[in-house]
Write a protein that binds this ligand. Structure first.
Ligand code: PEP
Ligand code: MN
Length: 695
């Protein structure tokens, strides 16, 4: 008998059970949804309860030997689904009973627009959903205006391709109301006939935008020609119809399933995040439950007057309305005049927003509200990997003695304020002026330099796929918000392991994505900067390269934040001058890192310059983190140096760890084990709290 058949039967059985349990859970969720729809005083979300749910779930998972991180992700999906499902009770349609609905979109069945339409209506109480594909955006709007469809779903922007101008122009010129939005995470797949192989392909068909988004992958297919098609799913349909094994399409997995194609390669986009936002349009306004977070879209035109746009923007500011989008489009009938499209959080009927709109009218030539509708912003952020599992991952280690001692009810210490000090006049951009706020550097959603103390964990070097995956899990469970890992290693000896290069960067990125950890990696050569910047969330300039001015200029041009390490014999002023290079190049996101300097002392690898932390804080507005690993060179010193750094006011730590330090190819003596990381976090907690921060 096949040894796999028994466990597979067991899996099939368990999967059926899982689905049954999900359905049962959803029944309970619906009962709550019904109760909420009857009582408008009950808030839709109970964040306290959600947090408790995550904590309990993580604990149970760990008790069962499961990764609390992955289990947490499953729960997050379940909660998202539950929340969306409850929305059906808040729709006006629910009161009238289900009805048949026709929605128009651009494309053929299983195009990304069609998939988004299915997602949007999956949790609406509609009787039957008829999805009708049209050729072109204008044709969809024509159908809506003619009453052929009840709704139109059109893409408005994509995180890579940007705004879809044609749809903006339709919004400005045709009569319709925005009644909803949806987000779809695009995952391009290479689809071929069953049995075909990527190696045998001659032609790849898709929409030109999809082809552009996959250039890197396509370049790797030698001798293959790209062919433009009006639509991704249309390309898949054509591949299936033509039956030529040398031809493949780029489209969604769902399109592949619809047209009987096989996924030859998955996830082939140049960019890891590729999200499209859609607008749901109708002929008339629709009301929705006031407890749902709303968004309003409008457009206005201005006359050509000094400060006119600023006056409009100040109205939003004065009414504390958060803008989520500002777009301008030319007015074809008036050369060099523009229409401005604005989205803000809130409903146009709320008194505050209504007052803002009133004030705005006085500053515009023309103003039109395009609609207020339930917003999907949170989900968009989540798809972009910028919302993380809200579970406070507490390492499962016994609290240490130090933990108990420092938890005394003494008055909490705060980091002493560092008054701004006069510096070298060449430090034009990095110097902190009197009263200037500190810079908070955003690293793909992680704020460095704010109230939260940031932990960057990871191995010295990326050694292979398995090692970096194990390390990522270790980092996540250890409470890291960012992951480090060197793909290019600057080594003192030419015979030492030099890193895996771009291959390693690919592994690091994969592992970071799997565990929702933005990644930081060192870049050594100016000519590699652009390519590394496409893959990494932050670029590290190592100690040996702090004064590689060509490299500093190059990272100054990129859009990625930079972690700048202090050279081992650099003064604080030289470090700041190096940072000045990056800021002067245009890149304002620099995080400084004290990593130990070379002194006469040989007991440690370097000497951690703790005083650099408050000195830097007085001189610059940039965040300062500390690398105790390279300072110490010894595992046993990492924790005490970390505590000193936190107490002296560092904004975070970058610490080396390894799933198996004894076998590390690089810096094995200083790498922490997962138990060490747990110990570090436990001891750090009270120190961080004492200086008025959170971990
Ligand atoms: C590193 O962080 O892996 C590294 C090489 O550090 P440094 O440049 O500080 O020596
Ligand atoms: Mn190292």
């Amino acid at each position: 008998m096949d040894p796999l058949s028994k466990p597979r039967d067991q899996i099939d059985h368990l999967d059926r059970e899982l689905v049954r349990i999900l359905a049962e859970r959803l029944d309970a969720v619906r009962a709550i949804g019904q109760a909420k729809s009857r009582d408008p005083s009950v808030p839709l979300r109970d964040e306290e309860r959600e947090r408790a749910l995550f904590a309990a779930w993580a604990r149970t998972a760990e008790e069962q030997g499961l990764s609390s991180y992955y289990a947490g992700r499953v729960l997050r999906e379940i909660l998202n689904w539950s929340r969306r499902d409850q929305e059906r009770f808040l729709e006006p349609a629910a009161q009238n009973g289900p009805r048949a609905v026709r929605v128009g979109y651009q494309g053929v069945p299983m195009s990304y627009s069609d998939l988004a339409a299915q997602k949007l209506f999956a949790t609406r109480d509609v009787g039957r959903l008829e999805r009708i594909g049209y050729r072109g955006f204008a044709a969809v709007v024509d159908a809506l205006e003619a009453g052929e469809v009840d709704y139109a779903l059109l893409p408005i922007e994509n995180t890579i391709a940007g705004s879809i101008d044609e749809v903006y122009d339709l919004l400005g010129s045709r009569r319709m109301t925005i009644v909803g939005e949806e987000v779809w995470s695009v995952e391009h797949c290479l689809l071929g006939l069953p049995g075909s192989r990527a190696e045998d392909l001659r032609v790849v068909r898709s929409h030109p935008v999809a082809l552009l988004q996959c250039t890197r992958f396509l370049e790797g297919l030698v001798g293959v020609r790209s062919e433009s098609f009006h639509d991704t799913a249309g390309a898949a349909e054509a591949v299936a119809r033509d039956g030529d094994r040398h031809v493949a399409a780029i489209a969604s997995e769902e399109a592949g399933r619809e047209y009987g194609l096989e996924v030859l390669r998955r996830d082939i986009s140049n960019q890891p995040v590729n999200i499209t936002r859609f607008l749901l349009l109708a002929r008339n306004k629709e009301s929705f439950d006031a407890r749902r977070p709303a968004k309003t879209s409008l457009y206005f035109s201005l006359n050509h007057r000094h400060g006119a746009l600023l006056e409009c923007l100040m109205v939003f500011e004065a009414h504390a309305l958060n803008l989520t989008k500002l777009e301008s489009r030319p007015r074809p009938e008036a050369a060099w005049e523009y229409m401005f499209y604005v989205d803000f959080e809130g409903h146009a009927d709320e008194p505050n927003a209504a007052a803002a709109l009133e004030a705005l009218r006085a500053h515009t030539n023309h103003l039109q509200v395009l609609g207020s509708y339930p917003r999907r912003a949170e989900e968009g952020l989540e798809l972009a990997g910028r919302a993380r599992v809200p579970v406070d991952v507490q390492p499962v280690a016994a609290p240490s003695a130090l933990d108990a001692r420092t938890r005394s009810p003494d008055a909490p210490l705060k980091v002493p304020a560092c008054p701004a000090v006069k510096t070298n006049p060449a430090l034009k951009l990095v110097t902190r002026r009197e009263g200037q706020p500190r810079t908070i550097v955003d690293v793909s959603g992680v704020a460095v330099g704010g109230e939260r103390f940031v932990l960057v964990l990871g191995p010295c070097a990326v050694e292979n796929r398995a090692q970096v995956n194990a390390a990522a899990e270790m980092c996540k469970n250890g409470g890291a918000s960012l992951m480090r890992g060197g793909a290019f290693k600057p080594r003192t000896s030419p015979y030492a392991f030099q890193g895996l290069g771009f291959e390693g960067l690919e592994y690091l990125r994969e592992a970071g994505r799997a565990f929702e950890l933005p990644i930081v990696t060192e870049v050594l050569h100016p000519e590699d900067v652009e390519r590394v910047a496409e893959r990494a969330d932050m670029l590290q300039i190592g100690a040996r390269n702090m004064q590689n001015f060509a490299l500093l200029k190059e990272v100054g041009r990129t859009r990625r934040p930079v972690l700048l390490k202090r050279g081992m014999s650099a003064t604080i002023e030289e470090l700041l001058l190096a940072a000045e290079y990056v800021l002067a190049g245009g890149n304002q996101r620099v995080i400084l890192c004290e990593r130990g300097i070379r002194t006469f002392e040989t007991a440690t690898r370097n000497t951690l310059d703790v005083s650099a932390i408050p000195v830097l804080k007085g001189m610059t507005h940039l965040p300062v983190i500390v690398d105790p690993s390279h300072a110490a060179g010894r595992r046993d010193l990492v924790v005490p140096l970390s505590l000193a750094a936190a107490a002296a006011g560092a904004d975070g730590l970058i610490v080396e760890c390894h799933p198996n330090p004894a076998e590390a190819l690089c810096d094995k003596d200083q790498a922490l084990t997962s138990a060490d990381v747990a110990d570090l976090v436990a001891r750090l907690r009270p120190v961080v709290a004492a200086v008025g921060r959170t971990l």
